[in-house]
Write a protein that binds this ligand. Sequence first.
Ligand code: NYM
Ligand code: MG
Length: 211
Amino acid sequence: MENAGGGRGALIVLEGLDRSGKSSQCARLLSFLQGKGCAAEGWRFPDRETSVGKMISAYLANESQLDDRTIHLLFSANRWEKRSLMESKLLGGTTLVVDRYSYSGVAFSAAKGLDIEWCKAPEVGLLAPDLVIYLDVQPEKAAERGGYGGERYERVEFQKSVAEHYHSLRGSTWKVVDGSLSMETVEEQLRELAMNCISECQEKQLTNLAW
Ligand code: NYM
Ligand code: MG
């Protein structure tokens, strides 16, 4: 398909509140792309497999306590430890479908009251996504979905604040998709956005996140 000619892969990020449907849609999009013969991988942040990721996971499960700035920097470090692999995959022609990225880092920490510029600073220099798809779901609706409430941050009032911060981060690479539509409708919209992004990014340089 589009990257068969040896062009670079696209960095496609899905963002949204907890239980907005990101993980399911990432999986669906990934199998669609792979089915089309596109070299694509699914990634997620936090990557709980690394040693930094294990610290993050323990914090989210309330098994450890960490200062707000400390956990913010760990989330960021968890992206930095993957940056060079990410770059080589993309330059090698693999498209990455990523479940959460720097925007989660900034929106969740800023919702705790940390200064937003301070939150952005450690993200500068990470790779800039070609496309950010924001799955827009009302916090109250997300809370009704299964599996909610088990981890830190999964409270409606907090998620409302996260949503406001996400809103302030929207930029030119963002596409907002109504996450309350049926799985199939959302999936269809994501397919189209992703396909366009993959073909358009061939002519674009990979750049760094600058905000
Ligand atoms: N989260 C995720 C952050 O607070 N900062 C970050 O940088 C990232 C990537 O972790 N509530 C939060 C958002 C989620 C939680 O993510 C775990 P997931 O997608 O549920 O595994
Ligand atoms: Mg979660």
